[in-house]
Design a binder for this molecule. Structure first.
Ligand code: FE2
Length: 332
């Protein structure tokens, strides 16, 4: 090589560049942030038109916390891209019956943090728990005493009955219990084409005495889907993907807070390690085994079954509507 381009230290231009470069950066400081904190301030200023609105409150907090998170862990560019790819794959695996973002919120405990912060029920009244991603609106209305086990092999029969009461013990008539659970294989009907439509789902109204009475199957513990990004997260952190046996309920009545909750079976091995952190002590219930000729005869049954008596105590307040509903897989 004969060119002098590779020879260093003899060009007057390089010295001039070094002298001028800081001046240019200094000139531009009024227009371009030079620290990450200045970037945060610029972004918050860019959304200042939302100040005073709920959207602005939430979005500015998201920006502040996300930027602080990046600074705290010194998030690297490739890690940010990996996070974006993780979220893309969460979307990719989601459909009308599979809600990976809800699962993500659930397994990170965010759902229950939101639930706990939002809850304002009276002492001793029915507490809330996670809705989960499997609620399907529009379940059939059923008369008291009806059986919502519409399949041929759903599980062990269970009778669930009791009353819906005000905090002062007054029965609430025309209260609505919208209930759902899995079959004995741990599958909700919307993701299991072998089950009848709306199997193990139903809506019941309390009678004039505030009483309700329904037949279903005893809940079983079941795994949440781990074949997607959320499953990878669980495996990475050494966690199982099991939920303790539970029975979902949305309890509502005019003049009372609508309560989205779950009743957890007391003998379940996963009660202390629910993958979505939904268990609260007041929601743990005991099913009595009814068997033997005399007891079965008294109940007018021939087959052994489980019996749960449970009173739902509602807190006076505003009814709310559950805005989420899953779909049902159509590949059947
Ligand atoms: Fe569930």
């Amino acid at each position: 090589m004969t060119s002098t381009e590779n020879e260093k230290g003899d060009s007057p231009m390089s010295l001039n560049d070094e002298v001028r470069a800081p001046q240019r950066a200094s000139d531009q400081q009024d227009y371009h942030a030079t620290s990450s904190e200045q970037i945060t301030a610029e972004v918050l200023a860019a959304i200042s038109s939302t100040t005073g609105t709920r959207a602005g409150e939430i979005l500015s907090a998201v920006i502040r916390h996300a930027h602080d998170l990046a600074r705290e862990v010194r998030l690297q560019p490739d890690e940010l891209l990996a996070a974006a790819e993780f979220l893309r794959r969460c979307g990719d695996i989601s459909d009308a019956a599979r809600h990976e973002y809800i699962l993500l919120s659930d397994v990170l405990g965010l759902t229950m943090v939101v639930d706990t912060e939002a809850a304002g029920v009276a002492d001793g009244a029915l507490e809330t728990s996670a809705l989960g991603p499997f609620y399907r609106a529009g379940a059939p209305w059923e008369p008291n005493g009806a059986n919502i086990s519409r399949g041929t092999d759903d599980g062990e029969p269970a009778k669930i009955h009791g009353r819906v009461l005000d905090t002062d013990g007054t029965p609430i008539s025309d209260a609505v219990l919208d209930v759902w659970s899995t079959n004995a294989r741990g599958l909700y009907e919307n993701i299991d084409p072998t089950q009848p439509d709306y199997n193990l789902r139903g809506r019941f109204r309390t009678d004039a005495n505030g009483s309700y009475d329904l037949w279903t199957v005893k809940p079983v513990s079941y795994p949440i889907p781990d074949d997607g990004p959320v499953g990878e997260l669980l495996h990475l952190t050494g966690r199982h993907n099991m939920r303790p046996a539970h029975f979902h309920v949305i309890a509502s009545a005019p003049g009372y807070q609508t309560i989205v909750t779950e009743l957890f079976t007391d003998d379940d091995p996963y009660l202390d390690s629910d993958v979505v952190f939904g268990v609260k002590p007041s929601l743990v219930v005991h099913y009595n085994r009814i068997e033997g000729p005399a007891r079965l005869a008294a109940a007018g049954r021939t087959e052994p079954y489980w019996d749960l008596r449970y009173d739902f105590i509602l807190t006076p307040g505003q009814t709310t509507t559950v805005e989420f509903s899953t779909g049902r897989h159509q590949n059947h």
